[in-house]
Design a protein around this ligand. Structure first.
Ligand code: PLP
Ligand SMILES: N[C@@H](CCOP(=O)(O)O)C(=O)O
Length: 460
């Protein structure tokens, strides 16, 4: 499988190169040159298989010869061995035709673990083989950072620097990043919001001299391997509800558009998905785009679902690439417009295609709190605010197909909001019970590229 940049000007790479490279050298994102197909029989054959075997079958065509079959199977086994549920990503029924896909059974209690645990194993195998060392720099609104630190802490071939927006992540999220003791992990509290952090990471990748000097690698959903690993659970969920014989819809709490793009990938591969529903909080740029065709940035308003406080939705670029017939120059132009003017308008053709694949909805702060309460009272499930954005939007978007909402984080990561909503303060699992007592280690930095690059090179 070859990987091409959404902006059309970077060299084509194989899977291993795309995984270790992160952002393309033309500023674009890598995508597979074509979508591998799974037939109805291939999909039907996934029924009843362990999560790890489904993961192998779905991802193998993308990974090609990077890992032998035996090696790849071992990598997948190791990645999910630490999950606290045998199904890895179990489904729970919450209504006659409504389901939650629980993605928070990994070590840091959010869906990011599903991909990050796998990437950690893939990086380790690949870097050991080549003897290389890399510097991972990531941006987080809370969950990617803790998952990355957990996956890479203590590994000899990587240093990990995570930029998070100072004061804008939950205490649990912050402590998950600032309390690990391994000296290859570095939590950086940056003045600004998540968009500032993500822009800084992309600027670092676009500073080619710095990038080459420190051997920069990325584990945000910039990295194709992240998105790929997330496509797997769309298959396990849909097959458990009767796919390929029956179509299934998904509602995805959305910020950086990585998770829902993984659903789109599954659909492109042949999974019979009916609707893909984008659920946003009050930072609703994607919902507004679907409604009007204008993709317009507004300031980020901090919310009780902080991981989705995003206006520059990185992976939307990957979708645009398909919506514009994979014309890299058109995407480069749209991205320039977004950077310069804070907005662009979709062509009518692109908007029609977008609406043909996706629906969208938003939940205000009040609606999110009310939804947590409603779910607790009517289903007995105490859900996190991100998931609540999803279930609220899912209810409004429901058609006749079964509706699966992605439960992207454990409620205990956001105890204040959950308690405010429903009066129940969710507990962390016993293995994390002393999180609030552990000493923290972080560096506060301004949101300036030069200061960050200096800090990183000085630390290495
Ligand atoms: C808990 C949670 N839910 C939803 C999202 C949104 O996912 P995505 O950025 O892939 O759209 C995030 C952050 O990415 C998150 O951490
Ligand atoms: N919500 C995310 C934002 C970064 O998303 P990513 O999928 O691009 O890594 C977070 O929790 O950090």
């Amino acid at each position: 499988m070859r990987y091409i940049s959404t902006r059309g000007q970077a060299p084509e790479l194989n899977f291993e190169e795309a995984m270790l490279t992160g952002l393309a050298r033309d500023g674009g994102l890598y995508v597979p040159a074509e979508w591998p197909q799974m037939s109805a029989d291939d999909i039907a054959a996934l029924a009843g298989l362990p999560y790890e075997e489904v993961a192998f079958r779905v991802m193998k065509p993308f990974v090609d010869e990077t890992f032998s079959d035996a090696e790849f199977r071992e990598i997948i086994q190791r990645a999910y061995a630490g999950f606290d549920h045998a199904a890895r990503c179990p489904m729970v029924q919450t209504g006659p035709n409504d389901w939650l896909l629980e993605l928070h059974h990994g070590p840091t209690l959010a869906f990011k673990d599903v991909a990050m645990q796998l990437i950690g194993q893939m990086f380790e195998t690949s870097l050991k083989r080549s003897g290389q060392r890399v510097t991972i720099v990531g941006a987080t609104s809370g969950d990617t950072g803790s998952a990355a630190i957990e996956a890479f802490r203590g590994l000899s071939s990587v240093d990990v620097f995570i930029l998070y927006p100072h004061g804008r992540v939950s205490e649990v999220q912050r402590r998950q990043m600032t309390t690990p003791v391994e000296d290859n992990v570095h939590a950086l509290a940056v003045d600004g919001d998540f968009d500032t952090c993500q822009a800084l990471v992309k600027d670092m990748f676009n500073d080619l001299e710095f990038r080459d000097r420190v051997r920069l690698a990325g584990v945000n959903s910039i990295n194709w391997a992240r998105v790929l690993a997330q496509a797997v659970y769309f298959f396990t969920a849909a097959v458990s509800l009767g796919a390929p014989a029956r179509k299934v819809s998904f509602t995805v709490p959305t910020g950086n558009f990585g998770d829902i793009f993984a659903g789109y990938v599954a659909k492109r591969m042949g999974l019979p998905i009916d609707r893909l529903v984008i659920a946003t909080n009050q930072n609703d740029i994607l919902h507004r785009t679907l409604q009007s065709g204008a993709h317009e940035k507004e300031g980020v308003a901090p919310s009780i679902s902080p991981s989705m406080d995003i206006q520059v939705s990185s992976n939307f670029e990957r979708l645009l690439f398909d919506l514009y017939d994979r014309e890299g120059s058109a995407i480069a132009q749209l991205m320039d417009e977004l950077k310069e003017n804070g907005q662009f308008t979709l062509s009518q053709g692109a908007l029609d295609r977008l609406r043909a694949e996706f629906d969208s909805g938003r939940a205000s702060e009040e609606e999110t709190l009310a939804e947590i309460r409603l779910m607790a009272e009517t289903t007995g499930h105490v859900i996190c605010p991100h998931c609540a954005v999803g279930t609220k939007v899912a209810r409004e978007a429901h058609g006749s197909a079964p509706m699966v909402t992605l439960a992207t984080a454990h409620a205990a990561k956001f105890p204040d909001a959950v308690e405010q909503a429903c009066g129940i303060r969710p507990d962390l699992p016993p293995r994390m019970a002393d999180l609030y007592e552990r000493p923290e280690r972080l560096t506060r930095l301004p949101g300036e590229l030069s200061a960050l690059e200096k800090h990183i090179e000085g630390t290495l």
